[in-house]
Design a protein around this ligand. Structure first.
Ligand SMILES: [Fe+2]
Ligand SMILES: [Fe+2]
Length: 482
């Protein structure tokens, strides 16, 4: 693997200087990317100095360099993790050498996988572009922008693959990445969940907790890929993604923590009087974002998933660990419960390869359950007898085998009428949304936090609680964001 060239126009550890044609193509995409960032990235904070980390190498400990930087001057680079496996670890081609190039017979599928993954990265930046205006603290503002610039780098990672391995098609796809717009009617982002605006910080924390976590599992599945450049690119993206998940998981936890503190202050436990978010409302946001994120795994019974697995494009989570007895997965079946129209659940068997979305999703669900246990410990420690729960996997589904039947968060069948009548018990009501939005007022003073969220246990890069994570050009409160 090449040493990182950090002084190049595009920082990289892929020997870009040795491939003039590729270098020129990427260097001509770069100004378009910066234009996109200025147009569609965080609104109103592009001239400020933000305390951000930048990847400068892929070695342990050396990949996160912290400093103040204006976001448009962020050094987005291309980094591949060191060479991993020599042999394909699963599917029909198990044991054969990994691919350094794209075999003709899987070109179409690989391109589709890379484009779909790549499209989510700029999409999330677009969804979150207004959030800086209501940041609950400088710490949170900085975390938001860290997530945003790294999603930008993940787009670079996918565009590098498109430019390097897919010729003219790939270059066109890379242009389209900057042309689609989240929520745009004519050219929306590819996946549904990435077209909804994220307009409150509770949504942002839930998004980074649940939706980014889907991303982690998709990347982990691609990190197993027989296509070695994809495996190594996604491997490195995962190290950055860990921070995004941290922002989400601890973000929700800090809201829960603050709510519990406020409940103890008020004898009626009415936290709204004190500017808090009730556990009920938090539960509804969890219900919403968890169910939307389950949809991102795709259908439970999927012929695409089977193809991707058999061809060696996409493995399972930690395919090489002893989670799985058999890396061909030809003989086994997955027992699944299937609803019929009147909500009765019947058992069915899905051939294992066709159930790969479900297998990946199971690993995700375990991870989410772990986080919810942590949140519940916070509630328990506060002496409050209440629990947060993940809703049933049948609840509020728009994709897959449960999408045509209604179920409550507890998994019970509901008629269409019952669902409509009770919807606001399960998902944020208009009133809940209005209330949460009313709390979204900016707090830009170092060390101060909004009324509805606790301070974090430790600072970023071990900074003190009152650390100045952003140095503003003038007073941000007097800005107009037109
Ligand atoms: Fe990402
Ligand atoms: Fe992310």
């Amino acid at each position: 693997m090449a040493a990182a060239d950090l002084n190049a126009k595009i920082p990289n550890n892929v020997n870009l200087a040795d491939d003039r044609k590729l270098q020129r193509a990427l260097e001509s995409w770069q100004p378009d990317f910066i234009d996109w960032w200025q147009d569609m990235g965080p609104v109103g904070f592009q001239q400020d100095q933000i305390y951000l980390r930048t990847a400068v190498s892929v070695e342990a400990g050396g990949w996160a360099h912290f400093d103040y930087v204006k976001m448009p001057e962020y050094r987005w680079g291309i980094f591949l993790a060191p060479q991993g496996r020599d042999e394909i670890g699963f599917g029909d081609n198990i044991g054969k050498p990994v691919w350094d190039n794209v075999p003709g017979d899987v070109r179409k599928e690989l391109k589709r996988i890379i484009v779909t993954q790549g499209d989510t990265e700029p999409a999330s930046v677009e969804q979150q572009r207004l959030l800086g205006q209501t940041a609950p603290s400088l710490y949170d503002l900085r975390n938001l922008f860290q997530v945003n610039v790294e999603e930008g780098r993940h787009l670079w990672a996918m565009v590098y693959l498109l430019h390097s391995f897919f010729g003219r098609d790939g270059r066109e796809e890379a242009e389209d990445m900057l042309a689609r717009r989240s929520g745009n009617e004519d050219s929306p982002r590819i996946l549904g969940a990435f077209n909804e605006p994220i307009d409150t910080w509770l949504d942002f924390f839930c998004f980074t907790m649940f939706t980014d976590r889907d991303g982690k599992y998709q990347l982990a599945a691609l990190a197993e890929s027989a296509f070695d450049p994809l495996a190594r690119t996604t491997q490195f993206m995962l190290t950055e993604e860990a921070h995004h998940l941290f922002v989400g998981e601890t973000g929700v936890q800090r809201v829960v923590h603050k709510t519990c503190e406020l409940m103890k202050q008020d004898s009626n436990e009415d936290v709204t009087k004190l500017g808090g978010i009730s556990l009920d409302i938090i539960q509804k946001y969890i219900n919403r974002w968890y169910s939307v994120s389950l949809d991102l795994f795709g259908s439970e019974d999927s012929s695409n998933a089977a193809t991707f697995f058999s061809q060696g494009l996409k493995g399972r989570f930690k395919e090489q660990s002893d989670r799985y007895p058999d890396h061909k997965a030809l003989e086994q079946v997955y027992q699944y419960k299937l609803p019929n129209e009147d909500g009765r659940i019947e058992s069915c068997e899905i051939p294992m390869r066709r159930a790969m979305n479900l297998v990946l999703r199971d690993a995700y669900v375990e991870d989410c359950e772990r986080a919810v246990r942590k949140w519940n410990n916070v509630i328990k420690k506060a002496g409050i007898s209440s629990e947060l729960k993940l809703p049933s996997e049948h609840f509020n589904r728009k994709m897959g085998l449960y999408s045509n039947v209604n179920f409550g968060p507890d998994g019970s069948f509901l008629t269409r009428e019952e669902w409509s009548a009770r919807r606001d018990e399960f998902l944020p009501s208009q009133e809940d949304v209005t209330y949460v939005k009313s709390l979204m007022v900016p707090t830009y003073e170092a060390g101060k936090f909004a009324s509805w969220v606790s301070s974090p246990k430790t600072g970023i890069n071990r900074q003190a609680e009152d650390f100045e994570y952003a140095k503003f050009e003038g007073d941000p409160l007097t800005r107009s964001y037109a």
